[in-house]
Design a protein around this ligand. Structure first.
Ligand code: ZN
Length: 319
């Protein structure tokens, strides 16, 4: 079986605190669509909330486990340090005004990789739990269509992920893995090295050499998922990674995709997730995110599960 190169990111999953505040921020402020409200299949007392474009296409899906109480984490080595979204070139004035209006914690825009041909303007910001993000203003191509029913005008709207930055004490082993996955080193600047996949969206992975290790907890990224086309491609990757000594989990059914997981040598949890079946597997496209969805194996427990979850609000509120 041959393994096809990885095309880019599938989703990024983080831990948050207040679920309502989380919904408000990513829908009202960032203009993403809440495409799925379900539970963490490994801990059904916690929501799993998914945001993305209209149908939460691979390369757009930002997901959260909101714990109402828990220890805050610390961002550092062994983690995804920053998650970057792509926005159109020349849209950062719009976004800084919008962030001012909504009281978002952000830094002045800067330029990234300005020693290379591809200079990108970057607007760093934090969500209410302190997780770090960037809007990257770029004219690079993407196949992602923005969600066009938020109050962010389509000409400025988020077009899925640009990429992620991994914080690592040692970058060499992770760089080797990315090359095995099909990524190529395209630039470096200071403590940062850029890798890009040969896909049409969410293709960037930056490695950032840092000293201090992070600690998982609220306000940190839990894992990053990369796209594989289907089960066959995933199986080929599982074999290839196992041969390289990675301890890869068996396939898990995540209802909207199927997943394998392993920890790369820098300590970051990687997932390879299938493109399908997608978020319309159990809801019509026009009703995505409106109500709590449970997979077949949890459906009999709906009453007990719903009773233990905090109220998230009516569809029109959470939209
Ligand atoms: Zn995941």
């Amino acid at each position: 079986m041959t393994k096809a190169p990885i095309q880019g990111l599938h989703h990024v999953t983080s831990t948050a605190s207040d679920p309502i505040r989380n919904v408000r921020f990513f829908t009202d402020v960032l203009g993403l669509r809440l495409v799925k409200r379900t539970v963490n299949f490994d801990d059904v007392t916690t929501y799993h909330l998914y945001y993305g474009n209209e149908t939460g296409d691979p390369g757009t899906a930002l997901t959260f486990f909101p714990f109402e109480s828990g220890r805050p984490g610390k961002v550092g080595a062994g983690q995804i340090e920053t998650t970057a979204f792509q926005v159109p070139a020349d849209s950062l004035d719009y976004w800084t005004e919008r962030f001012d209006a909504h009281g978002v914690d952000y830094d002045d825009p800067t330029e990234r990789f300005d020693a290379t041909a591809r200079t990108e303007r970057v607007l760093p910001f934090r969500d209410p739990d302190g997780l770090r993000y960037e809007l990257v203003a770029t004219d690079r191509d993407t196949s992602i269509e923005p969600w066009d029913d938020s109050d962010v005008p389509a000409e400025f709207a988020v077009r899925g992920f640009h990429g992620v930055t991994l914080a690592l004490t040692e970058t060499a082993a992770t760089a080797d893995l990315l090359e095995v996955m099909g990524y190529e080193e395209t630039a470096s600047s200071g403590a940062y090295t850029r890798f890009e996949a040969d896909g049409d969206a969410a293709t960037v992975v930056d490695l950032h050499a840092v000293d201090k290790r992070g600690r998982s907890g609220i306000g940190t990224v839990h894992h990053v998922a990369f796209r594989v086309l289907d089960d066959e491609a995933q199986t080929a990757w599982r074999e290839a990674l196992s041969e390289r000594g990675y301890r890869v989990t068996p396939q898990k059914d995540r209802q909207y995709f199927r997943s394998i997981y392993f920890r790369e040598q820098g300590g970051v949890l990687f997932e390879f997730a299938t493109d399908g079946p997608g978020f319309t597997a159990d809801e019509d496209a026009n009703e995505l995110g409106d109500s709590l969805q449970l997979p077949p194996w949890l459906a009999d427990d709906r009453e007990r599960i719903e009773a233990a979850l905090p109220e998230l609000g009516a569809p029109e509120v959470a939209r």
